[in-house]
Ligand binder design. Structure first.
Ligand code: ADP
Length: 495
C-alpha cells in the first residue's frame, strides 16, 4: 500500500493564501475526492502534487519519503501522474505514438513501429480500452481521448493518479464508463485523487471526500458515512440546509392525473396522480425523459397517446395556453433561453405569463403591471434596485426567482420545476426550496425534476424513479438513502 501525504503545506500569492497549513494523507486503492467551492484551493493542491507549482512551505511525502519536485516532469518521474481537464494529446499522431511519446521503442536508429503498436495495444487492453492503437487521435471523441490519457498515465505505473474534473465534458453513459474504469484502477496500487464540483458523483465513485474551504483543510470524511448535508456544511460552513418542513400537508384531492402517457422514443406509459399541496419529485439520470414528460404534460411538446386530467377534468389536446388557464405552470430548465427574455426588464419578465390578467381588453394597465411585479419582488425577496432594470443584471439565483415569480402571478394550482437549482449558489437554492414549500402550504402542488438527487430527498414528499422513459419505481424520501436513489436511477436495486 502506498500513501501520499502532505505536512503543513502553505501556498501564498501576493495578497492571497491559496493553501493554509494543509496536512492530509491519501491511501492507495481508494478514490479520494477533493471538493470545495471555487477558489478553495483544490487546483493549487493538485498543481503542487503535479510539480507545476512549488509550495511556499511544507512537505510532500510518498510512502514516508520526502519529495521535492522541480517541475511536472520531475513529479511524473517520481510517481505522480495528472490527467487535466484540458487534454494534452497530439491530434495528428496515432494513439500508440501519443501513449509512448518520448519513449518509442527503437531498432537501431529507427522507430520500431511493430513494437510500438504491440506495446500500446497491450496497454490499452490491460485497461479494457477498445481503441485501435493505430487510430489517429484527431478522429477520437473527447471521451476516447480521456481514456487514452488515462492509459498513458497508468503506463508509467504511477503511485498517484490525479484526475481533474474528468467528467465535465462527458455524456452520462461515458461518465458511467469512466467510473467503471476508475473502479478497475482501484485494484492497482495507486492513490487516486479525484477533483470534482459535481457532488452527486461522490457517492458513486469516491471512498473518501476531502473538503477545502478558503485554503484550509476542513476535513476528510468516508463517503459511507457522509450525507449531502455534511458535505455542503463542510464546503460552505455557515449555510443552513433545510429539509422539508413537517407542517406541509398533502390533501386527498387529486389535482393532476396522468394516465398511460406515451411519446414515442421519449417516454412510455407514464401514469401518476398528484395531490393538492404535494411536492412530487421525478428522479432520473440525464436522458431518462423527465424534461420531455413535463413539456408534454404542459402542452409545449406533443404526445402520442394517453390522458391528462386536471381536477378530474380531462384536457384534450393540451397547449401551453390551455394548460395555463387550467392552472399549470412550467419553470423551464433552460432559464436563459426559455424562462426569461434577457433583454427585457425585471418587471416585464415578471408579467409575461400573466398578461391576460393584467390587461383590460387590449390594453396593459401600467399600474397593475407594477403591482404584479412588485408583489413577487416582495414575496420572493428578489434583490433588485429597480424593477425597470434589465433582468440580465440579476444574479442567477435572483433570475430564477423571476422565472418562478412570473408563473406565480398566474395563480397556478400546479407548478413544474425543471432543474430549479441549476447554476445558482447554495443560498439561493435554499430560497427556491423555501418558495416551493411555501406554495405547498398554500395548497399549490409541485413536480420537481433535479439531477441533484439529494435535493429531491430534501424537498419532496414522494419521488418517482424514471429510467429510459419509464417510471420504474416510487420511493418516500425518508426511507431511502442517497446512494440507493442513485443506484435505482441507474438500474440497480434498492439494498
Ligand atoms: P479552486 O481550484 O478550489 O477553485 P484555486 O486553487 O484555483 O481554487 O485557488 C485558491 C486561491 O488562490 C484563490 O483565491 C485564487 O484566487 C488564488 N490563486 C490561485 N492561483 C493564483 C495565482 N497564480 N496568483 C494569485 N492568486 C492565485
Amino acid at each position: 500500500m502506498s500513501v501520499l501525504e502532505t505536512r503543513n503545506i502553505v501556498k501564498t500569492y501576493p495578497g492571497t493564501i491559496a493553501l493554509n497549513d494543509v496536512s492530509v494523507s491519501f491511501e492507495s486503492g481508494k478514490v479520494h475526492a477533493l471538493v470545495g467551492k471555487n477558489g478553495s484551493g483544490k487546483s493549487t493542491l493538485v498543481k503542487i502534487f503535479s510539480g507545476a507549482i512549488e509550495p511556499t512551505r511544507g512537505e510532500i511525502l510518498i510512502d514516508g519519503v520526502r519529495m521535492n519536485f522541480s517541475d511536472p516532469r520531475d513529479a511524473f518521474a517520481k510517481g505522480i501522474a495528472t490527467v487535466y481537464q484540458e487534454l494534452s494529446l497530439v491530434p495528428g499522431l496515432t494513439v500508440a505514438e501519443n501513449i509512448l511519446i518520448g519513449r518509442l521503442p527503437m531498432r537501431g536508429r529507427f522507430v520500431d513501429w511493430k513494437k510500438t503498436f504491440a506495446i500500446a495495444d497491450e496497454l490499452l487492453k490491460e485497461m479494457n480500452v477498445d481503441i485501435p492503437p493505430d487510430e489517429v487521435v484527431y478522429n477520437l471523441s473527447v471521451w476516447q481521448c480521456q481514456m487514452v490519457e488515462i492509459v498513458k498515465a497508468m503506463s508509467f505505473r504511477p503511485k498517484v493518479l490525479q484526475l481533474d474534473e474528468p467528467t465535465s465534458a462527458l455524456a452520462q453513459h461515458e461518465i458511467q464508463a469512466l467510473f467503471k474504469m476508475i473502479r478497475e484502477l482501484k485494484k492497482k496500487d495507486v492513490v487516486i485523487i479525484y477533483v470534482t464540483h459535481r457532488l452527486h458523483e461522490l457517492w458513486q465513485i469516491a471512498d473518501t471526500c476531502t473538503v477545502l474551504r478558503d485554503g484550509c483543510l476542513i476535513g476528510t470524511i468516508p463517503m459511507q458515512e457522509a450525507t449531502h448535508k455534511d458535505i455542503i456544511k463542510m464546503m460552505f460552513g455557515d449555510v443552513e440546509i433545510h429539509t422539508r418542513p413537517h407542517d406541509l400537508k398533502v390533501e386527498d384531492d387529486v389535482v393532476l392525473e396522468v394516465k398511460d402517457l406515451t411519446r414515442k422514443n421519449k417516454f412510455e406509459n407514464i401514469s401518476f396522480r398528484l395531490k393538492k399541496g404535494e411536492i412530487l419529485g421525478i428522479a432520473g439520470m440525464l436522458g431518462s425523459g423527465r424534461t420531455e414528460l413535463l413539456k408534454s404534460i404542459f402542452g409545449a411538446d406533443p404526445f402520442d397517446s394517453g390522458e391528462i386530467y386536471i381536477n378530474g377534468q380531462r384536457i384534450f389536446s393540451p397547449s401551453p395556453v390551455k394548460m395555463k388557464k387550467a392552472g399549470l405552470a412550467l419553470t423551464s430548465e433552460d432559464r436563459k433561453h426559455e424562462g426569461l427574455n434577457q433583454i427585457a426588464s425585471i418587471k416585464d419578465n415578471l408579467c409575461i405569463a400573466s398578461l391576460d390578467l393584467i390587461a383590460k381588453g387590449a390594453f396593459i394597465q401600467k399600474h397593475r403591471e407594477n403591482e404584479f411585479a412588485q408583489r413577487q419582488v416582495n414575496e420572493l425577496n428578489i434583490k433588485v434596485s429597480d424593477i425597470r432594470d434589465s433582468v440580465s443584471s440579476l444574479s442567477g439565483g435572483n433570475q430564477q426567482k423571476v422565472v418562478v415569480g412570473n408563473w406565480l402571478n398566474t395563480n397556478p394550482k400546479v407548478i413544474f420545476f425543471d432543474e430549479p437549482s441549476r447554476g445558482i449558489d447554495v443560498k439561493a437554492k435554499q430560497q427556491i426550496f423555501q418558495i416551493i414549500w411555501e406554495q405547498s402550504r398554500k395548497g399549490v402542488s409541485s413536480i420537481m425534476v433535479s439531477s441533484e438527487l439529494e435535493e429531491l430527498l430534501e424537498v419532496c414528499h414522494r419521488i418517482l424513479i424514471m429510467r429510459e422513459g419509464r417510471i420504474v419505481g416510487e420511493i418516500k424520501p425518508e426511507e431511502v438513502k442517497i446512494e440507493e436513489l442513485y443506484s435505482l436511477c441507474m438500474g440497480g436495486e434498492k439494498n
